[in-house]
Design a protein around this ligand. Structure first.
Ligand SMILES: Cc1cc2nc3c(=O)[nH]c(=O)nc-3n(C[C@H](O)[C@H](O)[C@H](O)COP(=O)(O)OP(=O)(O)OC[C@H]3O[C@@H](n4cnc5c(N)ncnc54)[C@H](O)[C@@H]3O)c2cc1C
Length: 462
């Protein structure tokens, strides 16, 4: 493509900013990033409290976060944050060690079986499901894989046929049953459901395994994880500072019209002309949100195929609270509550995070889900009340709520639409209306998958 193209990027989160970085690296310097808020980072939001930054959004990475590593290199920064650690409680607030055989004599047969099944899954993913862990979802529903290998930082292009990949369209629970590895869910659930990505009976296996590929899941188990002292938002603030064209904050996009090979964007009352537009912001939001966020179909001259496909997108209702406790009530470590990660215990506290170990004058953050497919959504205030009650049960009562966020989280489609080729239809529409679709829905809702998708988009089309 012509290196002088005028490219508009909607959204200044990881996907939008890294699209800018990869375009710039390839010699495209005529790009503009429009961000609706007064800050960059999107769901990497790290406010300051008592002089230190805490995490309202993204917290951690793993060593295979190659795109995030590209950003670190570009900016000369590194993952220098506090070491993560964790423990477990049951829903009565008692500390437990669910994976320690000596502490669970009666569960030894189950734990042994689980260990065998983890090994089996590892082997299946290497063989039967070869090609499962590429970024994005191209070809999966048709039994193909196509993309860039995530096995090393080189990310070589790979392509092939594998009809078994169609199994990834199934909800993860069914996928595990089909392969005789039901018990591995006891491990995968920790970094999946408690991180807000939904329940295994509703979410297609493709999302679970592309994010929690075998190595990544083992990194979670071994706590081989990255954090950033100044928060994950700092990564993207740094990137923004290092770009030739930092994001234009407080950009309210009122209208986007695509005609005669041009893209006209009305932003803060003025019309701007571009050649291409990359959308990293939500494509569709099924219900009206109190934070005023809308999907692209609401402000674009959306075409019938865009409306039809994007109306299939749903997202998770994931709530984060930042609370203070009295020093004597401060948890000594972060805790996971596995019993609260089921659809039946929806709305309860699933995990709470103590970030700074050397002081008790910092907030702790709590996480809860309040939506499950086919069940009525739990109202926000009710969920908040339940979580605060749960903290009392955990013997870490909150004295004050410092910050709260009901976040638009993990956009995805369900198995039926996934199997009907949703991704291949959307991929076939890339550039059809001088428009590219990127961000979380196109890969997965984590920092690296979204940044990586932007890298691949630039690699494929520019
Ligand atoms: C509580 C929580 C915990 C998480 N934990 C982790 C973790 O530990 N590790 C990890 O890797 N990931 C984690 N994530 C996920 C990660 O933060 C996201 O997947 C990532 O930020 C997605 O990047 P994105 O650019 O696609 O979208 P976003 O981060 O959502 O950014 C989109 C940007 O677009 C802007 N925007 C929206 N609409 C418009 C519009 N109309 N015009 C202009 N701009 C617009 C938004 O304001 C935002 O800045 C977590 C997220 C949350 C909320």
């Amino acid at each position: 493509m012509d290196k002088n193209l005028r490219i508009c990027i909607v959204g200044g989160g990881p996907a939008g900013l890294s699209a800018g970085m990869y375009l710039e690296k390839k010699g495209y310097e005529n790009y503009t990033i429009l961000e609706r808020l007064d800050r960059v980072g999107g769901k990497c939001w790290s406010p300051t409290y008592n002089g230190r930054r805490y995490e309202m959004g993204a917290i951690m990475g793993v060593p295979s976060y190659y795109a995030v590593h590209d950003v670190e290199e570009f900016c000369g920064i590194t993952h220098d944050g506090p070491k993560l650690n964790r423990n477990y409680k049951n829903k009565q607030g008692k500390v437990i060690e669910p994976f320690e055989p000596k502490k669970n004599i009666l569960k030894i047969p189950r734990l042994l079986k689980m260990k065998k099944q983890v090994k089996k899954l590892g082997e299946l993913l290497e063989t039967k499901y070869k090609g499962y862990d590429l970024n994005g979802h191209r070809g999966v529903a048709e039994g193909r894989y196509e993309g860039f290998s995530q096995a090393s930082a080189k990310r070589e292009p790979v392509k092939g046929e594998n009809p078994n990949l169609k199994d990834l369209c199934l909800p993860f629970k069914e996928f595990c049953k089909l392969n005789g590895v039901d018990l591995i869910q006891d491990i995968w659930i920790g970094p999946f459901t408690s991180f807000g990505y939904g329940y295994f009976d509703e979410i297609p296996a493709a999302y679970v395994l592309k994010y929690l590929d075998f190595q990544t899941c083992m990194n979670f188990v071994k706590i081989n994880l990255w954090t950033w002292k100044n928060g994950t938002q700092y990564i993207w603030e740094q990137l923004n500072d290092h770009l030739k064209h930092p994001a234009r904050l407080n950009s309210k996009i009122e209208k986007v019209e695509r005609k005669d090979g041009k893209v006209y964007v009305t932003v803060n009352g003025a019309v701007e002309e571009y050649d291409k537009i990359i959308v990293t912001a939500p494509l569709y939001i099924p219900n009206k949100r109190t934070d005023g966020q809308v999907g692209m179909v609401d402000y674009f001259d959306a075409r019938e195929d865009e409306k039809e496909l994007f109306s299939k997108i749903d997202y998770e209702r994931y709530d984060v609270l930042a609370v203070e406790t009295k020093p004597e009530d401060h948890p000594e470590i972060s805790y996971y509550v596995f019993e609260n990660m089921t659809p039946e215990t929806m709305g309860h506290l699933m995990v709470y995070y103590r970030r700074w170990k050397d002081t008790k004058d910092q907030v702790i953050t709590t996480y809860a889900l309040r939506k499950h497919k086919g069940t009525p959504e739990i109202p926000y205030e009710e969920c908040k009340k339940t979580v605060l009650e749960d903290l009392k049960i955990m013997k870490n009562p909150a004295s004050n709520v410092v910050n709260e966020w009901s976040v638009y989280y993990f956009p995805h489609v369900f198995s039926e639409d996934y199997a009907a080729g949703w991704y291949d239809k959307v991929e076939a529409m890339q550039d059809k209306y001088d428009t590219f679709y990127a961000g979380e829905i196109m890969s997965f809702g984590d920092m690296d998958e979204t940044a990586e998708y932007s890298r691949e988009l630039v690699e494929r089309f520019f």
